[in-house]
Design a binder for this molecule. Structure first.
Ligand code: ATP
Ligand code: MG
Length: 686
């Protein structure tokens, strides 16, 4: 119980019923979860029967580390993962009940776009992505295609709902699921199959959920079914930090909790252990105009600290220079000498580039988080398509990508005929290729090349299942890449050699990382288990689709963090610079609604409130010092426009006299201090 205040202890000791910890930023909510895992084990619950759900894979591996620090080796049996990873675990175990093979594939967003293009009969990616977005939101609301059609408000929505129906048929045929299904299908599994539900409820002794305010409707339903009426769960969250409304997260989940669980124990934490009073005051002021779901007060005992700085800059380059200069000067003068003590936070991914350049110029090491992940790169996705095909032959999108990357003389025509044939006989492309009647639609040469490809994939999959440990995996992967001529493929297709070389480097890094996993050196970021024994290459391939970052390798790096505000949630740094605090960026431009007066105003207001919460999240990441910067002239497309400081700067209500980094003020202050010292010195030593 050491290192916990009374309210935290109360939350940690409340073991046998539903518990909600509702508190502002930095009040030790996440700490409650980690300590409660230890407490539950101490109280006799077996580690296997505890599930702790985090918002990102990275947060999961951090929590696992912390838990290990508290309770030692036993921590490795606790299921610490995201909702999505838990969904994978449930489907691998019980998906057969829903007609899903244990080796089903997980589609990424690009795969989904191309299936939706096909289902909707369009070649236009933008249209397809709009449908994709709408379908995803429906799925997150727990609606199937028929229900979506029934509640459609206009023709547009009705059309989308019908496309959704065709999309769902295709997913079933491909033995594939998308990311939303990783929640939706487990939910259906538990809802419709009482015996499966009973088993899961029996198996799980306690479920803990971090960042509860950003769960969506289906996640809440899933949680309810997992914990049953006993409701042995602990949710921690902060309504003021709900920043994923645009993705379907809903604060209704917080509102419903006391209604659905009348015996709910609600605990509030009021002490902030992260930030100085100056920073906390700015945060409290900013969030103040938002409507309050649960009123909260936060105080800090860390002292007033440095005032929050507002830095006005001429333009973006200047802003980057000043941010870098700030880091250098704090590092030169203060107690924090490590690069990892600093973070630059911004609203949108594209803002990172200019800061990257400035940091590079100053030779400061950094990492970008929340940007394009390693696994989104085309070359990595190529390789992942092959891996997916090994794991699940019926994964048609993976089939198409592998058979054409690199090109192996199987053309469009051949694939189109194969596709028609497959859908006629309700086969996957891979099954169709081995069908004895394929000769009726394709000539012998085409059939021959397809067979060759099919046999090659089977052979690879068979051998991958028998390749154990890092050394063998490394050898296997490099032989395979040589066989398919992947390096050459990169050099043939990239505009510059430099680009090809950098892609090839990523490929090597990826192979190395796979190999390490086979050797059991890295634990499973899908959170399914902490590996210590060797794994087969095929087993490792199975978890691939879920990994969005290889962040666990980056964790201990001593580098400055560049991050979007969204990706900074839950984290903390001694020194933070919040850049780009301009109207139009933060808050993000609010006026792009198509002018539908009443409804639009409502939604603009809601978006503004979510932007304000984002600002609150940003401010509360800082422990010791915070600067917010804005630019007087900013680039907008090709134009340069006048920059307006974010309204949130005014809302922070900083003391006007001290906030501006005005060199003259500083000089005055220094002079005064000098004079005072001199006076003291004259009076004698002291
Ligand atoms: P956020 O809302 O940003 O997710 P949080 O409420 O989860 O924040 P934590 O990250 O758990 O807060 O804690 C914030 C900081 O305060 C951490 O550095 C943590 O170690 C520290 N802390 C939490 N509780 C205590 C405590 N009782 N005594 C000392 N330090 C604490
Ligand atoms: Mg937290």
């Amino acid at each position: 119980m050491s290192g916990l205040n009374l309210a935290q202890q109360e939350a940690v000791n409340y073991l046998h019923g539903p518990c909600l910890v509702l508190a502002g930023a930095g009040s030790g909510k996440t700490r409650v979860i980690t300590h409660k895992i230890a407490r539950l084990i101490q109280a006799g619950l077996s580690a296997k029967r505890i599930a702790a759900i985090t918002f990102t894979n990275k947060a999961a591996s951090e929590m696992r580390e912390r838990a290990k620090g508290l309770i030692g080796r036993e921590a490795k049996d606790v299921v610490v993962c995201t909702f999505h990873a838990l969904g994978v675990r449930m489907l691998r175990q019980d998906g057969a009940t829903l007609g899903l093979k244990p080796q089903f594939s997980i589609l990424d967003s690009d795969d989904v776009t191309s299936i939706i293009k096909d289902a909707g009969g369009t070649t236009d990616a933008a249209t397809a992505r709009q449908w994709q977005w709408a379908i995803s939101l429906w799925k997150n609301m727990g609606l199937n295609a028929a229900q979506a059609e029934a509640q459609a408000k206009d023709d547009n929505e009705r059309v989308t709902a019908r496309i959704m129906a065709r999309y769902e048929e295709r997913l079933a045929a491909f033995q594939s699921v998308d990311f939303d299904d990783l929640i939706g299908l487990p939910l259906r599994l538990l809802r419709d199959h009482p015996q499966v539900r009973a088993r899961w409820q029996q198996d799980l002794g306690h479920v803990l959920v971090d960042e509860y305010q950003d769960t969506n409707a289906t996640q809440y339903e899933l949680l309810k079914l997992l914990v049953g009426e006993r409701g042995r769960f602990t949710a921690v969250g902060d309504d003021d930090q709900s920043i994923y409304g645009w993705r379907g997260a809903t604060l209704d989940n917080l509102r419903k909790l006391p209604v659905d669980y009348p015996q709910l124990k609600v605990i509030k934490l009021e002490q902030n252990y992260r930030s100085t009073s100056a920073i906390l005051r700015a945060a409290n002021n900013v969030i103040q105009p938002n409507p309050k779901l649960f009123p909260k007060t936060l105080f800090s005992e860390l002292g007033e600290g440095e005032p929050v700085r507002v830095v006005d800059c001429d333009n973006e380059e200047h802003e980057a220079e000043r941010a870098v200069a700030r880091i250098q000067s704090i590092r030169a003068n203060g107690a924090h000498k490590e690069w990892k003590d600093f973070a630059l936070l911004y609203r949108a991914n594209h803002q990172a580039r200019i800061f990257e350049q400035a940091l590079r110029k100053a030779q400061i090491p950094y990492k970008v988080s929340g940007g394009q992940s390693f696994f989104d790169r085309a070359e990595i996705r190529d390789l992942c398509a092959w891996l997916r095909l090994w794991v699940n032959n019926d994964d048609d999108p993976a089939f198409v990508r592998s058979v054409t990357t690199p090109k192996r003389g199987i053309g469009h025509q051949t694939l189109a005929s194969l596709g028609t044939f497959a859908s006629q006989y309700k086969l996957s492309l891979f099954e169709a290729l081995f069908s004895s009647s394929l000769g009726s639609v394709l000539n012998a040469r085409a059939v021959g090349s397809l067979h060759e490809f099919g046999r090659y994939v089977n052979d690879l999959a068979w051998r991958a299942g028998r390749t154990l440990g890092a050394e063998d995996a490394r050898a296997f992967l490099s032989e395979w890449l040589r066989d398919i001529g992947y390096e050459q493929h990169l050099y043939d297709n990239e505009e510059s050699e430099k680009l090809a070389a950098s892609r090839w480097n990523n490929v090597l890094e990826f192979c190395d990382w796979m190999a390490q996993r086979c050797g059991g050196q890295i634990d499973d970021a899908a959170g399914v288990s902490v590996a210590s024994e060797k794994k087969s290459l095929l087993e490792v391939a199975q978890t691939i689709a879920l990994l969005s970052t290889i962040s666990e390798r980056e964790q201990d790096q001593n580098v400055v963090t560049l991050s979007t505000l969204h990706a900074s949630k839950g984290l903390e740094w001694p020194h933070v610079v919040l850049v780009g605090c301009n109207e139009g960026l933060l808050p993000f431009k609010l006026d792009d609604d198509d002018g539908k007066a009443g409804a639009a105003n409502e939604s603009i207001l809601q978006r503004l409130q979510e932007e304000r919460r984002l600002m609150y999240v940003g401010i509360t990441r800082a422990q010791r010092s915070l600067a917010v910067s804005w630019v007087k002239r900013r680039k907008k497309g090709r134009e340069v426009v006048a920059g307006v400081p974010s309204r949130f700067i005014a809302e922070m209500a900083l003391d006007k006299a001290t906030i501006k980094e005005d060199p003259r003020e500083k000089l005055k202050a220094l002079r005064a201090e000098f004079a005072a010292r001199k006076a003291l010195g004259a009076a004698g030593p002291g």
